[in-house]
Design a protein. Structure first.
Length: 356
């Protein structure tokens, strides 16, 4: 083997060892890329500023007649006459049904005759007693007989009156349930009577609003049955007892219905005005998301990181919702990119504007 070739073969192992040693001495930063780089998430956000808000509660209710009753007779008897047409307006005291009262009228005539006789007997006895021809005891007996006769007339007259079934108040009768000749019993429903010149509206609101409720609050009412109209109402009463089942307060409002458009029993949508708030915080609905039974937003802190904040919601407006607790005025919250966020992540704004 020649000299140069031999020297080359001898040097190769030493060169290989040097290359390996050089690789081992290379810095760790050059051997692998840097880990843990913090990448910011692209988001959209708004700055929440105080604004004026007319506080409203929306509720569902049912229209009720101002006065309503089922007309019925107080005594047993046979109907001889009906003095109205179905759906007709009647006045208070007007006779609606007449029962057979012939026997009662005969009893009244007899009682009145006995009363007339008792009056004459007492007058004669009084005259004789004044002349000393009749004792005081005998005079007292005639007076007692007079009082009994007067009571008998009153009883007979009452029976005659009860054979007449009057309207207890003015209003509209409904559809009668009986016909002439029907034999009716006390308390049996004959026809419904509704007073609808004014309409009552019963509805419920959450008990959390109790501090804002009072008699006299205005409300706007809309009806599915009359979609092109709205009606003004005024709260006239609050139920002093809250519902333990629904945790709500029942209210009653009144609507003027002199034109007769509204009908008892209709379904109503109520918007109750509770006053004005000068510093309400309104956030886009897109910024709020639920977790379980709670609601949250992402607030951006001073280091441009997303901070999870639990919030308490209030009144809703189209596209917006009031935040009553959980954020402060001039806080910046995330409205877009929420799905990619978690608490503490860095953010980079695409847009940042006022809430509305």
């Amino acid at each position: 083997m020649s000299g140069p070739l031999q020297r080359l073969l001898t040097a190769l192992p030493l060169l290989f060892v040097a290359v390996i040693a050089g690789c081992r001495d290379a810095p760790a930063a050059e051997a692998r890329p840097q880990a843990g780089a913090d990448r910011a998430v692209q988001i959209r956000s708004v700055v929440i500023t105080p604004e004026v808000l007319v506080r409203r509660i929306r509720a569902l209710g049912t229209l009720q007649a101002d006065e309503t009753t089922q007309v019925s007779a107080e005594i047993t008897g046979r109907i001889t006459r009906i003095n109205f047409e179905d759906g007709q307006r009647v006045e208070a005291g007007q006779t609606l049904f007449q029962l057979d009262d012939r026997i009662d009228r005969a009893d009244l005539t007899r009682a009145e005759a006995q009363l007339a006789l008792a009056k004459r007997s007492h007058a004669r006895a009084t005259e004789l007693n004044g002349r000393g021809l009749l004792s005081t005891a005998e005079l007292d007996q005639t007076l007692s007989a007079l009082r009994v006769a007067e009571a008998e007339v009153a009883v007979a007259r009452t029976r005659v009156e009860k054979a007449r079934v009057p309207a207890p108040f003015s209003g509209f009768v409904g559809l009668r349930q009986v016909s002439p000749g029907a034999y009716v019993s006390p308390g049996e429903a004959l026809v419904n009577l509704e007073s609808v010149d004014r309409i009552k509206l019963d509805f419920r609101v959450p008990e959390a609003e109790l501090a804002h409720l009072s008699v006299g609050l205005p409300a706007t009412v809309s009806l599915d049955a009359l979609p092109d109209k709205t009606f003004e109402a005024e709260v006239i009463a609050l139920n002093p007892r809250a519902s333990t089942e629904s945790r709500s307060i029942e209210l009653r409002a009144r609507i003027d219905n002199r034109d007769g458009v509204l009908r008892p029993g209709l379904f109503a949508r109520v918007q109750l005005e509770l006053g004005r708030s000068e510093d309400a915080l309104m956030a886009p609905e897109a910024a709020v998301f639920p977790r379980g039974e709670k609601n949250f937003v992402y607030r951006i802190d001073g280091e441009d990181r997303a901070e999870l904040a639990e919030v308490v919601l209030g009144q809703r407006e189209p596209g917006y919702v009031e935040i009553r607790d959980g954020i402060a005025a001039n806080d910046e919250i995330v409205t877009g990119g929420i799905q990619r966020l978690s608490d503490g992540m860095a953010v980079q704004r695409q847009t940042a504007t006022a809430a509305r």
